[in-house]
Design a protein around this ligand. Structure first.
Ligand code: M6P
Ligand code: ZN
Length: 188
């Protein structure tokens, strides 16, 4: 075969997640996340950055491996910690791997029939996300949560299902640290 493109290497700062050379980056500010938290988002003029996804330049084809680094800032909306939106893969059976690099987080996983699992996402954690499991990350610490993700290239992102039904559980700040509680807005 004639290869589609040349090999490339990206240098990643394991503490900050920053890439050299810099890569295309998508940013979610608090005002972009209205409706994703249990409480109404009140994004004042400061409108903080919630997370960034730094994408490796790879075509979205199933012969390729999509990969990205996510930097999720510390913070909360009410008692609910800052989090990514979370998604199923459009092609449901496509899988993904997350590797924790910095900070302290949780990976919340859920199936369409309402099962859920919550895993620690901490430096060195290699979390395998099988097909059919929606995934969301939550920063439960005081520092940015940084993790690397790699997934099957044609997986796609289905946000609509999560936007409509939510995850079965929320991760919130309790008196003695993070707590996993039922999501009152969960809609099966
Ligand atoms: C990881 C991967 C990406 C995803 C990102 C942010 O880097 O799973 O595919 O885009 O996290 O999560 P989300 O898109 O759900 O907001
Ligand atoms: Zn995914």
């Amino acid at each position: 075969m004639i290869p589609a493109f040349d090999p490339f290497t990206t240098q990643m700062n394991l503490a900050t997640g920053l890439l050299d050379p810099e890569r295309e980056t998508t940013r979610q500010h608090l005002s972009d996340m209205q409706g994703w938290y249990a409480e109404t988002v009140d994004a004042d003029d400061s409108d903080p950055l919630v997370y960034r996804v730094l994408h490796m330049p790879v075509p979205e084809e199933n012969s390729e491996i999509q990969c990205s680094t996510t930097v999720l800032e510390p913070g909360a909306v009410g008692r609910e910690y800052f989090m990514t939106r979370g998604h199923f893969h459009e092609v449901r059976d496509r899988s993904e791997v997350y590797i924790g690099l910095a900070g302290e987080g949780r990976l919340v996983l859920a199936t369409e029939d309402g099962r859920h699992v919550v895993e620690p996402l901490v430096p060195g954690a290699v979390c395998y996300i099988p097909g059919g499991w929606a995934h969301r990350t939550v920063n439960v610490g005081d520092e940015p949560l940084v993790f690397f993700a790699a997934f099957v290239g044609d997986a796609g992102h289905d946000y609509g299902t999560i936007e409509k039904q939510g995850f079965p559980v929320l991760v919130v700040a309790g008196d003695d640290g993070p707590e996993v509680v039922p999501n009152p807005g969960y809609d099966t």
